[in-house]
Design a protein around this ligand. Structure first.
Ligand code: DGL
Length: 276
């Protein structure tokens, strides 16, 4: 059954997805969007496959109930641990004409082309690193590229708790930067494979030699969505274009509104609380 056209849903375990969302608003401002942050159950990165899958599915269902026909998992951990099961097992039962897309595929299609040395570092959550999704997918597109992964379990809590610009944060940032760089002197590109991490980019850069490029995913994902909607006009037609934005959080709306403003400078944010 085809549902009426609706907004594009954007989901993350918390605030991180806003780094993707702000690029979507830049590159595709005409669409209607609903952003959902599961801040109350964040972080996902340290949770088991099953828990991440169930949490993500619950949030996707909520976005479907809000009328979204297309949902972007703006979360690497959910993309690594839940996307395939949702696409293959749940969507055909829930509604085969709705779509859920992740952030890993668009990133792995292009990341190898940023590196001259063919040595690419990846900062991600434990969940994403342990899933091996990045090395497996990148190998398919860039078999000659060597990948070095570093899990950074403290980084998401630093962002969610607004501690990412503190001296204390520097300790944990430097620790993982040093560990990654010790693995290969040839790394010339580092991917921020967690949507929270662009908020740490400035701090991370302080500990990187100047020739190393730090790549966030926002622009990559937004450009890829443009190509997807062009290639799939039947999906694009099912996404409404009135330029509206709506926000849901499973935590306090006050905190969300203040924090979201950091990402979305000129857009007023008034989130609704969602009890899951
Ligand atoms: N922002 C999410 C990601 O891209 C995960 C953060 C978390 O909840 O651990 O992986």
């Amino acid at each position: 059954m085809n549902h009426p056209a609706g907004p594009i849903g954007v989901f993350d375990s918390g605030y991180g997805g806003l780094t993707i969302f702000q690029e979507l608003l830049k590159q595709l401002p005409e669409y209607d969007y609903i952003y959902l942050g599961d801040n109350a159950r964040n972080p996902y990165g340290i949770r088991s496959f099953d828990v991440v899958y169930h949490y993500t599915l619950e949030c996707v269902r909520h976005l479907f109930n809000q009328g979204c026909n297309l949902v972007i998992l703006a979360c690497n951990t959910a993309s690594a641990k839940a996307l395939r099961t949702i696409q293959q097992r749940d969507l055909p039962v829930l509604n085969g004409s709705r779509r859920v897309l992740g952030v890993i595929r668009p990133t792995t299609e292009i990341i190898g082309s940023y590196s001259k040395s063919g040595h690419v570092g990846i900062f991600a959550t434990e969940g994403t690193v342990n899933s091996e999704s990045y090395p497996i997918e990148i190998r398919r597109f860039f078999p000659e590229v060597t990948i070095y992964q570093e899990a950074c379990p403290m980084w998401v809590p630093l962002v969610e708790n607004n501690e990412h610009n503190t001296a204390g944060a520097e300790y944990f940032i430097r620790q993982h930067v040093d560990r990654l760089l010790q693995r290969s002197a040839s790394i010339d590109t580092i991917l921020l494979a967690c949507t929270h991490y662009p908020l740490l980019a400035h701090q991370i850069s302080k500990f990187l030699p100047p020739h190393i490029r730090l790549i966030p995913q926002g622009e990559i994902v937004a450009s890829s969505l443009i190509r997807y909607l062009t290639k799939h006009p039947e999906i694009a037609r099912r996404c409404t274009q009135r330029g509206t934005r709506k926000y849901f959080t499973t935590e306090s709306t006050e905190n969300f509104d203040t924090k979201a403003q950091v990402f979305l400078r000129n857009c007023p944010v008034q989130a609704e609380h969602l009890q899951l």
